[in-house]
Design a binder for this molecule. Structure first.
Ligand code: AMP
Ligand code: MG
Length: 293
């Protein structure tokens, strides 16, 4: 599939500075891609139905990106194709005081889907190696000296390992994790911020803090490259999708979601002989109702 060009599964390191943020040679094919996305949404719906009925695997789709890269839009326009029964969206904001008293995966445990279900994470536990690392927030947490006397590098290397193990644990318990990074250019972020400032309906999406993070745009991308490289595995791959054209991002996102659902191998549960015979008897009884009316 087209999104394979952006797949990271541990077989190669990720260097975002060498990856496109735009649609490249596909630019100008907006209509064509919109139609292809619509077709994928229909496939997603059918696959999700089967996943729900099958109930053997659960799927976690997580989205990470810098501000204005299109996380909310992707959830609305791509995941919006899913049946709300069987999907829950979780937004990971700054941890509360109670959350900070626990390990960083504690709040995640409460958001995991049942088998047959899908959880969408708008940001995730990856914030705990991204914003936390960049702003050195871990140094403000109350934790034992033995934890904090580690060098920063060692501290976060341990977290990468914990995250790999956590995702492997989920995989070994019949869940899959699909990780999407929306790769936006600094110029496009500026345009979208200006639009958020100039359009009253979009004002709520902008906070002056966003500029503080933007000032560290390149640092963030370098850190994302490291985090993606350290946590990409075959069973829990990352996709670093170009995000400058929303219609292109949405198409690629729909592709990777379809693929993940297919991998969950959803097939409608097959009936055993006894149940099939019972169903047939039920059928006969239902048909008999008409006749006796
Ligand atoms: P938004 O997604 O724009 O609503 O903002 C949510 C904010 O919460 C972002 O600035 C995230 O970086 C921040 N956030 C999410 N998780 C964490 C975390 N574990 N530690 C610190 N900040 C976080
Ligand atoms: Mg924000």
């Amino acid at each position: 599939m087209q999104a394979d060009a952006y797949r990271f599964d541990g077989s190669r390191p990720c260097d975002l500075s060498r990856l496109p943020t735009d649609a490249g040679s596909e630019k100008g094919k907006k209509e064509e891609y919109a139609a292809k996305t619509a077709a994928n949404l229909r496939r997603m719906e059918a696959l999700q139905d089967a996943l729900y009925a099958d109930g053997r695997e659960g799927l976690i789709i997580l989205l990470q990106a810098l501000d204005a890269a299109g996380k909310d839009g992707t959830i609305k326009h791509v995941m919006g194709g899913l049946n709300p029964q069987g999907v829950t969206v979780y937004n990971f904001k700054q941890p509360t005081k109670t959350e900070l008293q626990h390990d960083y995966l504690w709040r995640v445990g409460q958001c995991l889907p049942p088998r047959g279900g899908i959880a969408i994470f708008n940001r995730s536990y990856y914030e705990d190696v991204l914003v936390v690392q960049l702003h050195q927030l871990h140094k403000t947490y109350r934790m034992a000296d033995r934890v904090l006397t580690d060098s920063d590098e060692a501290f976060f290397e341990k977290r990468y390992r914990q995250i790999r193990h956590f995702e492997e644990y989920l995989y070994e318990n019949s869940f899959r994790v699909l990780k999407i990074f929306l790769h936006l250019s600094k110029e496009e972020q500026k345009k979208r911020f200006l639009d958020r400032i100039d359009t009253p309906e979009k004002n709520w999406k902008f906070t002056p803090d966003d500029l503080r993070e933007r000032a560290r745009f390149d640092e963030y991308n370098r850190l994302y490259s490291r985090v993606i490289s350290a946590t990409a595995t075959e069973h829990a791959p990352w996709f670093a999708l170009p995000a400058d054209q929303k219609w292109y991002t949405r198409y690629l996102a729909s592709e990777v979601v379809v693929e993940a659902l297919q991998k969950c191998a959803p097939s409608y549960p097959a009936l055993d002989e006894k149940t099939r015979a019972e169903m047939q008897r039920a059928r006969i009884r239902l048909m008999a109702e008409d006749e006796s009316r």
